[in-house]
Write a protein that binds this ligand. Structure first.
Ligand SMILES: [Zn+2]
Length: 304
């Protein structure tokens, strides 16, 4: 013990505790500060939200910023930047047309490799992801193969919901199938049309093709949560997307953009998600109602 103290954490010859230091403010020794910093850094990097740290500090790294709030990896050639900006513009036009006006102001981060994408996005796989924080900042992260108008407008649509409703309502008040179904309206990978009648017809056709017995069907109640929607194999997730897109395209066929904005304003005022059905009933009086087999599944079986 003597040997330990003789090295001394303090400059004096006699070992002291903090309480013994009289007349001086209680300060931590430098070694302890470094140790605490190292522990804090390790904790931050081990947290499941460490990607937010990287997103928030992207401007201090090697990424280029060819336009405001758009960051492109140094692994992507500069001659590609103009093409990427054009795709972002195409996606923005889709968002403007669908929502009437784009309000989302997410920082866009374009990655060059899956490893880089994994730093900024909590899911290491996938073409793109959208992140919203409880303090209001939001990010759209794109993988190299996600640099196309479908993926970008899909993520921008998620960001639009977040921007209009905020983190708490987006996280807790909206079923996952609605958020994903809306995003699919701007994402033409399955169905390539902005026309609402043709869009519902084609989604319904796709849904029917993939649910021919004995293939299982998914009830909306089963895909309301993040886990329920994405917690399954590729077939489950594809069917979840199709089920969501069929339901939302049917709803939009009835209520149109006017109904979507009415729903958004109602949720902003504090209404529950169920106002979705009330708005549908309001518009159904003036719009003929085509059948919707997805909805009938939920009506036939009690929800969870
Ligand atoms: Zn999505």
């Amino acid at each position: 013990m003597q040997g330990f103290f003789s090295k001394g954490e303090y400059s004096g010859t006699k070992p002291k505790t903090f309480l013994q230091v009289r007349g001086k403010p209680n300060t931590l020794p430098l070694k302890t500060v470094f140790l605490l910093l190292a522990i804090a850094t390790a904790v931050v990097f081990c947290l499941p939200y460490r990607h937010l740290f990287f997103c928030e500090t992207v401007q201090f790294g090697q990424f280029s910023e060819p336009a405001e709030n758009i960051f492109i990896s140094p692994g992507i050639a500069r001659k590609e930047h103009a093409k990427i900006l054009r795709m972002l513009e195409t996606a923005e036009n889709r968002v403007n047309a669908f929502w009437g006006e784009k309000k989302g102001r997410a920082t866009v981060i374009v990655c060059a490799t899956p490893a880089e994408y994994g730093r900024y996005c909590p899911n290491k796989e996938g073409a793109g992801c959208s992140l919203g924080t409880f303090y209001g900042n939001s990010f759209i992260v794109l993988n190299l193969y996600g640099i196309n108008p479908d993926v970008i407008s899909h993520e921008m649509c998620h960001n639009e919901v977040f921007s209009r409703l905020g983190w708490r309502k987006t996280t807790f008040a909206i079923p996952q199938w609605f958020n994903e179904g809306l995003a699919m309206m701007l994402d033409y990978r399955f169905v390539n049309t902005p026309n609402s009648a043709a869009r519902y017809e084609r989604y319904l056709k796709e849904w029917r093709l993939r649910t021919v017995p004995p293939a299982k069907k998914l009830r909306l109640a089963e895909i309301s949560t993040l886990n329920g929607f994405f917690g399954g194999d590729a077939r489950h997730v594809t069917l979840a997307y199709l089920t969501a897109a069929t339901e939302v395209s049917h709803w939009l066929l009835l209520v149109g953009q006017k109904g979507l904005i009415q729903w958004t304003e109602a949720i902003q005022r504090g209404d529950r998600f169920e106002v979705y059905y009330e708005i549908e009933n309001l518009h159904r009086k003036i719009t003929p109602h085509p059948g919707n087999p997805v909805r009938r599944l939920d009506q036939a079986q009690p929800s969870e």
